[in-house]
Structures are given as C-alpha cells and as structure tokens.
Design a protein. Structure first.
Length: 116
C-alpha cells in the first residue's frame, strides 16, 4: 500500500483502490494518478474512494474525470468512483464535464434523459 498525505493506494491482483482524504489539490491528484498509471498491467479495475475527502471543486473534478478516462482507455479497464458524502450534484457535474468521463450511474442517467 502506497500512502501519501491525502492518498493511499491499495492494490490486489486485478484491482486497486485509491483512497482520498481531506482537501485535494490538482497537483496532488495528478501525483496520485501517476502512481495509478504505474500499477501492473493486469490491474483492470480502479476504484476511487472519495468518501473521506472534502467536496471537490469543479476544476479538480474535471481533472479526476479526465485522468480516469485516460487510465481506462490505456488499459481497456474499468473505473468506479465513490463520491464524497453530501455531494448530491456529483452526477450532474459529471454529466456536464467536457471530457465525457462519467460514472456508470451518470452514463445511464444521461441515456435516459436523451430518450425523453
């Protein structure tokens, strides 16, 4: 397990979890994602647990979405994000993020709104 000031990365064969705590800055988030990029190629699931983090500002949230999209595309893998508590507009922010990276829930919510 790799630990940093606000991040801990736990890896198992095939999956990893990035735990985020406290306030998160864009440079710190990018450092943490670089550690995720260094995971073995067999790691095909990355879970990001934001349950102990403070709510992310719009810029940090977009960097997170972009970083996760890139991680998925390079590996052909899957990512899951657990939002911070009290962030009820987390999915809405993901829908409007320009990089089109979103949680599965947001993806299906968007599909449903397009059908109406």
């Amino acid at each position: 397990m790799m630990q940093n000031e606000h991040f801990a990365l736990e890896a198992h064969p095939g999956a990893a979890t990035l735990y985020v705590t406290g306030a998160v800055s864009v440079p710190a988030l990018l450092r943490a994602m670089r550690h995720c990029e260094g995971l073995p190629t067999e790691t095909l699931l990355l879970r990001v647990d934001l349950s102990a983090a403070e709510p992310l500002d719009q810029g940090t949230l977009r960097v997170l979405w972009h970083s996760l999209r890139r991680w998925r595309e390079v590996r052909g893998a899957v990512t899951r994000v657990s939002p911070p508590p009290g962030t009820h507009n987390f999915v809405t922010e993901a829908l409007h993020a320009p990089c089109r990276t979103m949680t599965r829930r947001a993806h299906f919510a968007r599909m449903l709104t397009r059908r109406r």
